[in-house]
Design a protein. Structure first.
Length: 90
């Protein structure tokens, strides 16, 4: 049951991150603070303003990480961004 508790905590953190991202995008903000680390995370709004993938493997890349070399993707692209993308009008 201990593993289930850890999985639930990870899912809660992921949901919190996506909620924070959605709220930041709704306000037109370029970044938000990651709840787990405190690091600044670039929003989809900022990426769209840039107009192309920067190749860094950003969490909220709206360009499907087009400029991240395929060999580097497993190391660079942070989960769960690889699997999920917030639907944000912009």
């Amino acid at each position: 049951a201990e593993g289930c508790d850890a999985s639930a905590a990870v899912l809660a953190d992921i949901e919190d991150m996506w909620s924070m991202h959605a709220r930041a995008c709704e306000r037109g903000e370029r970044c938000y603070a990651d709840p787990a680390t405190g690091f600044e995370v670039v929003t989809e709004v900022a990426h769209k303003k840039r107009g192309k993938c920067c190749g860094c493997g950003c969490r909220h890349c709206p360009f499907s990480h087009a400029n991240v070399p395929m060999d580097d993707r497993p190391m660079r692209i942070q989960q769960p961004a690889w699997l999920y993308r917030a639907d944000v009008a912009g």
